[in-house]
Design a protein around this ligand. Structure first.
Ligand code: DX5
Ligand code: ZN
Length: 223
């Protein structure tokens, strides 16, 4: 079985102290950093861009940067994020009519590619497109904000996707993941969990990371 991984979403970090916040979560045993990019169109919030990605890569060159694009026209930002040192680029099926072409462009830019699906979107919408992606991301909240409650109904969809993935493809869950909900995510087939408030909202990152990771797995800093 593949190693289970944990990606802190820096959306709930202290932005005024971001480098230290990121180092602290990696030192606490997290595998990679999850960057939530929002454009105010695809989701009703604005967050971060490629300049922030670049600064983080310069500050922590060994950190694997898992970029989650919650934007319209995701192909438009591939060059900027590749240039900013992103390692992985996930975009949404709801935002892109031709996911295969965008996956190819992401690969040409030197990043691994991910395809995300929102809670209201039927699983059949994503199944024909799984093949070229290194990772599939199931959203377990409606994207836009950290700190929302886990939507259990997405577990069924997660199982269906999991059954169809190759052993070399990762399945990521994002939204409302906590020590309480993480076991159900893993049981449904996820091997990569994202968490913002369950880490940055706590006083002890090592304790939070250990609780989310579950039974011991060694740290892996790539997909
Ligand atoms: C939501 C983002 C998530 C979010 C997770 O749109 O994609 O990554 O930061 O936050 P929590 O873990 O607090 O639900
Ligand atoms: Zn995310």
């Amino acid at each position: 079985m593949r190693n289970k991984m944990l990606a802190p979403s820096i959306l709930s970090a202290d932005f005024a102290d971001l480098g230290n916040e990121c180092r602290a979560t990696l030192d606490a045993g997290a595998d990679m950093l999850h960057l939530d990019v929002m454009d105010g169109h695809f989701v009703p919030n604005l967050t971060m861009g490629s300049a922030l990605c670049k600064s983080l890569k310069q500050a922590i060159p060994t950190a694997f940067l898992d970029v989650h694009m919650m934007v319209d026209s995701p192909a438009d930002y591939i060059g900027a994020f590749a240039g900013g040192g992103a390692d992985h680029y996930t975009f949404h099926i709801e935002a892109e009519p031709d996911p295969r072409a965008v996956a190819e462009a992401v690969h040409e830019a030197g990043m691994t590619a991910g395809l995300a699906i929102n809670p209201p979107t039927e699983v059949d919408a994503i199944l024909p497109f799984l093949k070229p992606f290194e990772m599939i991301l199931v959203m377990s909240v409606n994207p836009g904000f950290s700190g929302q409650s886990f939507i259990e109904e997405v577990l069924e969809k997660t199982r269906k996707i999991s059954e169809r993935l190759r052993p070399d493809q990762r399945l990521e869950m994002d939204g409302g993941v906590s020590a309480k909900t993480a076991p159900a995510c893993r049981k449904a087939g996820c091997d990569l969990l994202v968490a913002a408030s369950a880490i940055f909202g706590t006083g002890d990152y090592a304790e939070a990371v250990a609780a989310l990771r579950g039974p011991s797995h060694k740290v892996v800093r790539s997909l």
